[in-house]
Design a binder for this molecule. Structure first.
Ligand SMILES: [Cu+2]
Length: 171
């Protein structure tokens, strides 16, 4: 009888250990975006998630970018994203977008929405509307509802022209 209980205990412990390792791996692959090479810092990406390095055309206007900022060209716009606090954590975060034309002139007539998604999984809609502040700057707060790999789509509407640019980050 005690032998049987001992055997059951061993089976349960082994099962727990196997489950624990599995859960850790899942969490890790989630945080790394599945590929293991996912950049964890804020970066500008294409719609396919490929990193876009800020070229000289961008840094001529934005200056050298600190870690909490990334920027890219989209059509005739330079779109900069700034996150605070940085690095972000689960909870509320500040999002600041700056729009200029290619000569650095502020663009004040856009409507901007964000769409926060996680490439590795389906998440509830997270689509804050940004408010225009001043001099090409738009602001909103939003919630990171969990750790992991996030994609921020910046949906920019000007007149009847809509364009999207994307930024990735891990937290
Ligand atoms: Cu998620």
């Amino acid at each position: 009888m005690t032998k049987k209980i001992g055997l059951i205990a061993v089976v349960v412990l082994v099962a727990l250990a196997v489950f624990g390792i599995f859960a850790m791996r899942m969490r890790r692959s989630h945080m790394m975006g599945g590929g293991g090479s996912q950049q964890m810092e804020l970066v500008a990406v294409s719609s396919e998630g490929k990193q876009i390095l800020p070229g000289t055309d961008v840094t001529r206007i934005t200056g050298e970018l600190p870690k909490n900022k990334a920027a890219q060209i989209s059509g005739d716009l330079i779109v900069s994203m700034e996150l605070n606090p940085y690095p972000p954590s689960v909870g509320e975060g500040e999002f600041d977008v700056t729009l200029t034309d290619l000569s650095g002139q502020a663009i004040d007539d856009a409507s901007i929405n964000l769409d926060l998604t996680m490439p590795a999984m389906r998440m509830p809609p997270n689509q804050p509307t940004m408010e225009f502040v001043t001099d090409g700057k738009y602001h909103t707060t939003a919630y990171y509802t969990m750790r992991g790999w996030w994609r921020i789509e910046v949906i920019i509407t000007r007149g009847n022209e809509i364009q999207s640019v994307f930024f990735d980050l891990g937290l």
